[in-house]
Design a protein around this ligand. Sequence first.
Ligand code: FES
Length: 182
Amino acid sequence: MDNEYDQLTVPPDGRSPAEQPRWRQDFPIDWPQDEYLTRREFIKFLLLTSAAFSAGQLWFLVADFLQQREAALPAEVIARVEDVPIGGSLIFKYPAENSPARLLVRLDEERFVAYEQQCTHLTCPVIPHVVEGELHCPCHEGIFDMLTGRPLSGPPRRPLARVTLAVRDGNVVATGIEKRTV
Ligand code: FES
């Protein structure tokens, strides 16, 4: 088998391949040089692809971090437990007075749930149907699960944002907002 250097054409000016002008290096006429160039291009492609992938992963981490920071809201009393009967509900604003309306629902002696009140389809206000365990949007018959806020039927595809709650000293306290995409 030939040594690969035996397969190289001697350039017209007689200088070594490394001393040749750039255009002659980029468009080799010999197979060994051409394969070397192809490997080099392939490695460059792999490095660029890896860098793009890493940058994408980093962006998701940063976005996730920012979203969690955004969700760090102040705890705020929204009702006294005794003021909301079992099966009852009330509208409140959180975290500020000019925030969108939220809906608090008392499910039983112990449990409360709270969600944004606007339907994720076209923002009509949802209505609690506690016995059925559903939140109903009358505009286009959208139905959300009362325990999770996830869409069950109708046009809505995204869950309602959930207000996280705690019960402290006889008060229902809003502690944050959990935005979800699924
Ligand atoms: S706005 Fe709620 S289902 Fe369309």
